[in-house]
Write a protein that binds this ligand. Structure first.
Ligand code: Z16
Length: 799
């Protein structure tokens, strides 16, 4: 019998599912119906669902082995996968079976579902993008593996104490993770420190990487891919038995604890460079384990290094995994004994790099001293790459010393540092930005010198989001209405079909049902006042994103309510969600001020039923899936030229929220597609903002000339809001790095247009439907299709 094809199929009837649940409870969880806790029931349900996907996984792996395809490997320090239960129920076709089977065994399905903890292994957009791309790769049947780190502590849990953000550890896997398959046999060895001797690198510290994987099912297909996450384990030799025997217990495990710290915690930084040695160790740990695993997989079906680039493309998600470039050279030259030229050629055909930022302070650099101490051989390799790079620059641009200085992989002043973005551009065959505007700005500013040298290397791939998670799972009511309107649910695999909703915007009965769905979603959130606009700003806190601009608008509305009610507009619930990096004081001050304004507004009876400011703590994927369906207005108000793309903007537009936004990131493309009439545009565009910043900008002139702006800032300065936030006001008045005051009037006036539009609910609903209808482009399936056509060139393999 062919065992691979002899797998007993798992049943799809309610009785079979119930039977499997019961046997898993007995045989795998090792408990009984009588004594099972809700946690037992949850873990057992997870196993029962996972088994159905594992069967598909086995068939996928067999098909992949058989075809020896070109593989896409995605290297990312972050994955924000979101809760797994609901998604895996949907993808395995067991959504209806599970609650019934649980109830039959005497458990509350709701209580059990609430135990599904999201693995918060990322900060924000970059980590969530990685998760959406994996979902789409599987949906498109592309052979792919995501590699990452299995942090013990994910992104911190945010709480508010006296309105201030406090961070608590997120021990997400405390109860174990039932979705995860440990794969201890595939462990790897990683070296650090030491020296380069005649025989090559002799590391001074050895750490083991132990992998586990999660299943990544495709939607509407058999394919199940994996994401493989590495956990650091001390090498057994690091346990000091001599000390232990001498009663020095803490000292005996000291080395082991240090080694395992590498995968202890996710750095809670979004868009700024975090220069810490442990972070560099994490990056190399990810890269070293993953590359060895990629080579192991290559060798299952291939023998000749010359075939490696044809069978492998490795995408670097930002610069965090850039050490993969010198690491692959080291493996090929030092261990496989290839010539440098061949190794370098293989590297430059294998890697591609995605840049996610425009903030100069977010471009990673590492002190030469630190990198050389931690990874002495890699520093040598980087120097060799740099010599070749600078020789090419000198040959192309003779005498242009300044250009050589700018392009060097080594920054000299004020401290010698390795520029990871320059290394990433030099060691890859394609570099992409994440929205049209962003990619243009990369080649005209950040990477202008490299684009002059290698113009064909640069391309764009506009971000996208998973329609399964962010429409179907997050918003089942609206999804059902869309399927009814379109006559099928094919849109979940081809989101461009949403354009066929456009004619329904003219159908009054469809509009009324659309409105009803939006209202249901608001009621589910507990923000059920159907007359109030739900105005949402959900994203990480950063000054360039300008939560402070939204807050100034809120204060202005509050003051109008008190002094000039005729100008107030329409009832509004303003919802903020997001975390600030723990060390980012200015962002934390903005959070504190928002909470103070929220309290002041709530305590004032004059605002009742008209203005509310809500700020649920700990915004994460789970919360996003509840907020996004309910939103009427989407705040995308960053200073133009600063937000690389944004992806929350896409999720909100797809769910029928209308955007108020600047011409920044992917807002530009959203507006093009949903139509300028269905988008509230305001503010300076990128050239105007850049010109203003280059001139001698005086934020105080806006304070002096705009009465409402002055009143809002004065209210903060006077201590009216719990006596906090003066630092926020001062920073705006004295510096205003992100031109908040320059855009205030344009923003507030545009918000008055929003209020007027809301008063015509038929017209608003039309806009809402046209936002959904126009957003089909923003599927991560399309993003993956673009990566395939422009960069990856991999073909589907169907199990
Ligand atoms: C991140 O989430 C992003 C950029 C970055 O340099 C670091 C992190 Cl952790 C975000 C961008 O800010 C956002 O505009 C973009 O949509 C997202 O990455 C995905 O590309």
């Amino acid at each position: 019998m062919d065992l691979r094809n002899g797998l007993r199929p798992l049943g799809s009837t309610p009785a079979e599912f119930e039977q499997d649940l019961l046997s898993n409870l007995y045989y795998r969880r090792g408990t009984t119906v009588e004594s099972a806790s809700a946690q037992d029931a949850y873990e057992t349900l997870a196993l029962t669902v996972r088994d159905r996907l594992a069967a598909r996984r086995a068939r996928t792996a067999a098909a992949h082995y058989e075809s020896n395809p070109r593989w896409v490997y995605y290297l990312s320090a972050e994955y924000l996968l979101g809760p797994q239960l609901e998604q895996n129920l949907l993808y395995s076709g067991t959504t209806d079976l599970a609650p019934a089977a649980l109830e039959a065994l005497g458990f509350s399905a709701e209580e059990v579902a609430a135990l599904d903890v999201e693995p918060g292994l990322g900060n924000g957009g970059l980590g969530r993008l990685a998760a959406c791309l994996l979902d789409s790769l599987a949906t498109l049947d592309i052979p792919a593996v995501g590699y990452g780190i299995r942090y013990d502590l994910g992104i911190f849990k945010q709480q508010f104490e006296n309105g201030e953000q406090v961070e608590r550890p997120d021990d997400w896997a405390f109860q174990g993770d039932p979705w995860e398959f440990p794969a201890p046999d595939d462990w790897q060895t990683v070296g650090f420190y030491g020296f380069v001797g005649p025989e090559g690198w002799v590391p001074g510290e050895i750490v083991h990487g132990e992998p586990s994987h999660l299943l990544v099912p495709g939607y509407g297909t058999e394919t199940v891919n994996i994401v493989r996450l590495w956990r650091a384990r001390a090498a057994p030799a690091s346990f000091d038995l001599r000390r232990f025997s001498a009663g020095q217990y803490a000292e005996a495990v000291q080395e082991a604890v240090k080694a395992e710290n590498i995968s202890k915690v996710l750095y809670p930084d979004d868009s700024t460079d975090m220069g810490r040695e442990l972070r560099l160790k994490q990056q190399y740990f990810l890269v070293s384990c993953s590359l060895r695993d990629i080579v192991r997989r290559f060798r299952l079906r291939n023998a000749d290094w010359a075939d490696f680039p044809a069978k492998t493309v490795i995408q670097l998600n930002d610069t965090h995994p850039t050490l993969a470039i010198p690491e692959l050279i080291r493996l090929l030259v030092d261990e496989e004994k290839l010539e440098w030229e061949q190794a370098w050629s293989i590297v430059r055909q294998t890697f591609a790099y995605t840049c996610h930022t425009l903030l100069p302070e977010a471009l990673e650099t590492w002190p030469v001293e630190m990198l050389g101490r931690l990874l002495p051989r890699h520093l040598e390799i980087i120097y060799t790459i740099n010599e070749a790079l600078l020789a090419e620059v000198r040959a192309r641009f003779p005498g242009d010393l300044d250009r050589v200085r700018r392009m060097s992989l080594i920054q000299e002043e004020p401290q010698r540092r390795v520029r990871m973005a320059n290394l990433a551009v030099t060691g890859t065959f394609k570099v992409n930005g994440v929205a049209e505007l962003h990619s243009q700005l990369l080649t005209s500013t950040t990477f202008a010198d490299f684009a002059a040298l290698w113009p064909d290397r640069f391309t764009n791939v506009t971000n996208g989001v998973s329609p399964r998670r962010f429409v179907r799972l997050a918003n089942p009511g609206l999804s059902a209405l869309i399927s009814e309107g379109l006559g099928s649910d094919d849109w979940l695999r081809d989101l461009s079909l949403l354009s066929n909703l456009a004619p329904l915007a003219g159908d009054a009965s469809f509009r009324s049902r659309w409105r009803a769905e939006k209202r249901h979603a608001k009621a589910d959130l507990g923000l059920g006042d159907p007359g109030a606009v739900l105005d949402v700003m959900i994203k990480r806190f950063h000054e360039y994103k300008r939560q402070q601009l939204k807050l100034l608008h809120v204060i202005t509305l509050y003051q109008r309510l008190r002094n000039d009610p005729a100008r107030f507009g329409v009832p509004r619930t303003v919802l903020f969600g997001g975390k600030a990096a723990p060390a980012y004081d200015a962002a934390k001050s903005i959070i504190r001020l928002i909470n103070a304004v929220s309290a002041t507004v709530a305590a004032d009876p004059r605002t009742s039923g008209l203005l509310r400011v809500v700020f649920p703590a700990n915004y994460n994927v789970t919360l996003a899936e509840r907020i996004i369906p309910a939103a009427d207005l989407s705040e995308q108000i960053s200073m133009a030229g600063k937000e690389a793309s944004g992806t929350g903007n896409m999720k909100l537009a797809l769910n029928g929220a209308v955007t108020i936004g600047t011409l920044d990131g992917a807002n530009v493309e959203i507006r093009d597609r949903v139509g300028a009439d269905n988008f509230f545009l305001f503010g300076l565009d990128t050239p105007a903002a850049a010109a203003l910043r280059a001139s001698d900008y005086r934020p105080r002139t806006h304070y002096d000339s705009d009465e409402e702006l002055r009143a809002a800032l004065d209210a903060i300065l006077s201590g009216e809001f719990g006596g906090v936030g003066q630092d926020v006001a001062h920073s705006l008045l004295d510096r205003d790095e992100y031109l908040t005051l320059a855009d205030y009037r344009s923003y507030v006036d545009k918000q008055d247009e929003v209020a007027a539009a809301w008063q015509n609910q038929e017209q608003w609903t039309r806009m809402s439907i046209l936002n959904t209808a126009g957003s089909g482009f923003f599927s991560a399936d399309r993003t993956v299709a673009d990566y395939l056509a422009r960069i990856w060139r991999a073909e589907p393999v169907r199990p």
